[in-house]
Design a protein around this ligand. Structure first.
Ligand SMILES: *Cc1c(COP(=O)(O)O)cnc(C)c1O
Length: 461
């Protein structure tokens, strides 16, 4: 037997160590013991592999590090200076202060979520948002679910199970994060019938694919890529016309979904929800946390007969929205009703921010870094599966390499390691920070981060 094992402390010895006092007082005792056991087991394996026995101090430090991590959850706010406005990895759309504030009272107390206060009886959670969505989109009815992927799955399951859905081959796409139209179709029990070719689909292709088993024609907005060159897709109006001639409805997965005209801001046109509804489709599906600028949710608007079918489907319960996000969604949609989107909704504030304002802020950021930084032209991406070809002009703060070992990656890591991390991007070995994806209210935190970075850059190594 390896003599190193004899130096290993006992469980009780570690558990009652004075440096673990705060955990002895406030943590579940069994949990503390469990973590200590795991660490001692790890030490035992390490000794078996020929390593020396760790000291009790080392074991205690490891245990307290692990215990502390359990109560300091990793999920926290970051400052997005990376220049992609809707970044799924960074939580997509930040909420307006009104939307963020709307969640707290509903979370902390009971609410009339499914209770009619006037009649004193059971009601539906959908009443809180249905009228607003119908007013904004012109649709007859609406339904809100967990996210857009869930909405599309619910729609196909309720309307097309064991039937066929006709989709253009150029639209049988993958959105990323494993949302693939063919897979969602299969999961719903619908059979995907692809028509046309990768680059060209015509109205006649849809017409010829219709059989007695066809449940719907479907348009999917290819929101994260663009096909250029010899390309033809059928307009939504034409698809609806084919559907009407054959008594078949059209489903429209818009992806981002947008209520405002993006071309006003120099962006590519993003299909608008109102246009989809006006074209006469049966159901339109879109996300609440892409260009709508609200919390994660899937919004479905369209004809009442279909919405009613979806509401009654068993999956509707499995994918329903929770009260907290419902409160944030209503508060976000109120900004559209009041026509205050570019003042209130962060994503639209960023899109609408004038370039000279961005330039002024970039200059302020760069000045902190003196000779280490310059301001240059750049582009902000909207991202989040919207506007694949659309970027906004911006002014970037470009930070030069530091002395010695300060690579752009190292500088970038320093900014990310702050209590409120600042996330930039490294391009061609240069660290770039984009003020357009940062709200002006966050500038002080950025300036603080840049001051510390300047200190590091000045140090000779
Ligand atoms: C983003 C997207 C989805 C998925 O939406 P989630 O909100 O991520 O569930 C589905 N379809 C399209 C076309 C999309 O762009």
């Amino acid at each position: 037997m390896n003599s190193e094992f004899r130096n290993l402390p006992g469980v009780d010895q570690v558990v009652s160590h004075e440096k673990l006092q705060e955990f002895q007082e406030s943590f579940q005792h069994a949990l503390l013991v469990g973590v200590v056991r795991e660490d001692l087991e790890k030490a035992r394996r390490s000794i078996t592999d020929g390593n020396r026995c760790p000291t009790i101090e080392e074991i205690v430090a490891s245990v307290s590090g692990r215990l502390r991590a359990l109560v300091n959850p990793g999920l926290r706010p970051v400052i997005n200076a990376g220049g992609v406005l809707l970044h799924t990895n960074l939580g997509r759309a930040p909420l307006s202060p009104e939307a963020a504030r709307a969640m707290t009272p509903v979370a902390a107390s009971y609410s009339n979520l499914e209770f009619d206060l006037e009649q004193g009886r059971r009601s539906s959670r959908h009443v809180h948002v249905e009228d607003i969505l119908c007013q904004l989109t012109g649709a007859e009815a609406s339904l809100v679910v967990n996210n857009n992927a869930a909405g599309v799955l619910l729609g196909l399951s309720a309307l097309a199970n064991r039937k066929e859905v006709v989709v253009s081959r150029g639209q049988a796409v993958e959105i990323g994060g494993s949302f693939r139209i063919p897979d969602v179709m299969r999961q719903s029990g619908a059979r995907l019938v692809e028509v046309g070719t990768t680059n060209c689909t015509y109205a006649a292709d849809y017409e010829q694919a219709i059989t007695p088993r066809t449940a719907a024609l479907m348009r999917v907005h290819s929101s994260n890529f663009r096909v250029v060159g010899f390309v033809h897709e059928v307009s939504l109006e034409e698809v609806v016309a084919v559907g009407e001639r054959n008594g078949i409805t059209v489903l429209d997965d818009l992806g981002s979904g947008c209520f405002l005209d993006t071309t006003v801001y120099g962006l590519d046109p993003e299909p608008m929800v109102q246009q989809s509804v006006a074209a006469g489709v049966g159901l339109t599906f879109f996300s609440a946390d892409k260009l709508v600028g609200g919390p994660q949710a899937g919004i479905i608007v369209g004809k009442r007969q279909f919405i009613n079918k979806l509401k009654k489907h068993p999956l509707a319960r499995a994918v329903r929205i929770d009260k907290i996000r419902l409160a944030a969604l209503v508060a976000t949609l109120v900004h559209y009703i009041k026509d205050e989107t570019t003042e209130k909704i962060p994503v639209w504030r960023m899109i609408a921010a004038p370039l000279d304002e961005i330039d002024r802020r970039a200059g302020q950021w760069a000045r902190v870094l003196g000779n280490w930084a310059d301001v240059r032209d750049g582009e902000t991406m909207v991202g989040g599966g919207s506007l694949p070809g659309g970027t906004l002009p911006t002014r970037l703060v470009a930070i030069r390499k530091g002395k010695g070992s300060h690579s752009p990656q190292a500088l970038s890591r320093m900014l990310r390691s702050r209590e409120t991390p600042v996330v930039g991007r490294v391009n061609d070995d240069i660290l770039l920070l984009d003020p357009r994806s940062v709200l002006p209210e966050e500038d002080n935190a950025v300036l603080e981060a840049l001051h510390s970075l300047a200190e590091v850059l000045k140090q000779k190594r």
